[in-house]
Design a protein. Structure first.
Length: 216
C-alpha cells in the first residue's frame, strides 16, 4: 500500500509544474485586469461596457468560458490556442471580474473626501490611484483577495477537461490505468491542500507585515 502511494505521489507530482504555472500566470493576469476594470469603470464613457463585461464573466460557468477560449476563439481568430494559453486566459479573465468587484467594494468604502482633497491639491489622477487609493484598498481587502486566489488554484483543475496534464488529470490517468480511484485522488487532494496551505500562510504573512509597516 505504501509503495503504491509512493508511486502515485511521484507520478502525480509531475503535474505540479502545469498547475503552478497556471496559478501564477492567472493570478498576475487577474490582478492586472481587476485593477484595470476597477479604475476604468470610474470613467463614465467606459462604465457600462465594463459593467456588462464583468457581468458576463461572473454570470457564465468557467467550464463554458474555458471551452470557448480553446475551441471557439481559434476559429474566430484563425490562430491555434494551446491548452495552457486557454487556461490562463480563462482563469485570468474570470478572476479579474471578481477582483474588480472586490476592489470596487474597497474603493467605495473609503471616505469620499480623499478624492476631493487630492483633486483640490491638483494631484495627478494616476498618482491618486497609485499612492492614495489602491494601497488602502489592497490593505483592507487583502484577505478577500487571498480567498480569490485560493479559488484560482482550485479551479486550475478544470484544465484537465481539455487534456492538460495537471495534478487532476494525472491522478485520473493513473486511476484509470490502475483501476484504483481512491489512492490517486487522495494524493492529488493532498497536493492541492498543501498548496492552499502555502497560499494561506503567505497571505497571512503579507497581511501582518503590511499592517505592521503601516502602524509604525
Amino acid at each position: 500500500m505504501i509503495e503504491n502511494f509512493s508511486h502515485y505521489a511521484f507520478f502525480i507530482a509531475d503535474g505540479l509544474r502545469l498547475t503552478l504555472i497556471l496559478t501564477v500566470c492567472s493570478l498576475l493576469f487577474s490582478l492586472i485586469g481587476g485593477i484595470a476594470f476597477a479604475i476604468l469603470r470610474y470613467q463614465y464613457w467606459l462604465r457600462f461596457a465594463i459593467d456588462g463585461f464583468v457581468s458576463v464573466l461572473r454570470g457564465t460557468p468557467m467550464i463554458l468560458q474555458l471551452n470557448f477560449f480553446y475551441f471557439a476563439v481559434p476559429g474566430l481568430l484563425g490562430l491555434p490556442i494551446d491548452i495552457l494559453t486557454a487556461g490562463i486566459c480563462t482563469l485570468g479573465l474570470n478572476s479579474s471580474a471578481y477582483v474588480a468587484e472586490i476592489l470596487r467594494g474597497g474603493i467605495e468604502s473609503l471616505p469620499k473626501g480623499q478624492f476631493e482633497a487630492a483633486k483640490t491639491l491638483r494631484i495627478p489622477t494616476w498618482l491618486i490611484w497609485k499612492d492614495i487609493i489602491l494601497p488602502q484598498v489592497f490593505r483592507n481587502e487583502l484577505p478577500t483577495l487571498v480567498n480569490e486566489y485560493i479559488t484560482i488554484l482550485k479551479d486550475t483543475s478544470l484544465i484537465s477537461t481539455l487534456g492538460g496534464m495537471d495534478l487532476m488529470r494525472r491522478s485520473q490517468t493513473l486511476a484509470a490505468e490502475k483501476f484504483d480511484y481512491f489512492g490517486p485522488l487522495c494524493v492529488a487532494g493532498l497536493y492541492y491542500y498543501v498548496l492552499i496551505l502555502v497560499v494561506t500562510y503567505l497571505g497571512k504573512w503579507a497581511e501582518k507585515r503590511w499592517c505592521h509597516d503601516n502602524n509604525r
